[in-house]
Design a protein around this ligand. Structure first.
Ligand code: ADP
Length: 169
């Protein structure tokens, strides 16, 4: 039987519990998941591409639900559809939070469908508990010394503390 491979692309600056929830649930949709970390230099990320990739790899390796068996983390710096074709994936996975994500995701899925109609974009709705988590707010709260320990893992929390110069609470 052929393996169904999916690509979950994002900036992951940094990876949050919301991202990890989508990754774990992707098991219901694909046999193998490639988490594709985009350099996204234009977004002025807080963490370098190497740091974001390393943090995600740590999360996958340390997850106690066997993620490492079917999830691979790879950095990329090219057109997403080219990357998806190179790794022979059949779908792109994205997470969808409330209405705010919809317009951007709808446009991106539409453009990607034009680039390659064979590749479907599959959306997983954010879980109720993770719905309000975003990397952007995590960074803003951390910069101001707030407690983000319920949004990210202890490993990410420590790295955030290093970046913003506040110790993890
Ligand atoms: P991008 O810059 O590509 O939007 P992000 O790292 O912000 O990268 O997000 C990657 C994907 O994860 C997007 O599909 C986004 O909607 C989804 N996502 C982010 N946070 C959550 C969350 N809390 N719950 C579910 N999906 C999420």
């Amino acid at each position: 039987m052929t393996q169904r491979v999916g690509v979950y692309p994002g900036t992951f600056d940094p990876v949050t519990n919301g991202h990890m929830d989508i990754i774990s649930r992707a098991r219901h949709v694909v046999d193998k998941l490639i988490v594709a970390v985009h350099s996204n230099a234009g977004k002025g990320p807080m963490f370098s591409l190497d740091e974001r990739t390393a943090l995600l790899r740590d999360e996958v390796t340390n997850a106690n639900n066997g993620l490492a068996d079917w999830v691979e983390v790879r950095p990329f710096n090219k057109l997403l559809m080219k990357f998806v074709e190179e790794v022979n994936a059949s779908c792109i996975l994205r997470g969808l939070r409330a209405v705010s994500d919809f317009e951007y995701e709808f446009q991106m899925a539409g453009m990607n469908a034009r680039l390659n109609p064979e590749i479907e974009t599959v959306f997983l709705m954010a879980s109720e508990r993770q719905q309000f988590i975003s990397s952007r707010f995590v960074k803003e709260i951390a910069k101001l010394g707030g407690d983000v320990s319920s949004f990210v893992s202890p490993r990410v929390l420590a790295k955030l503390g290093d970046k913003v110069g506040h110790p993890a609470p």
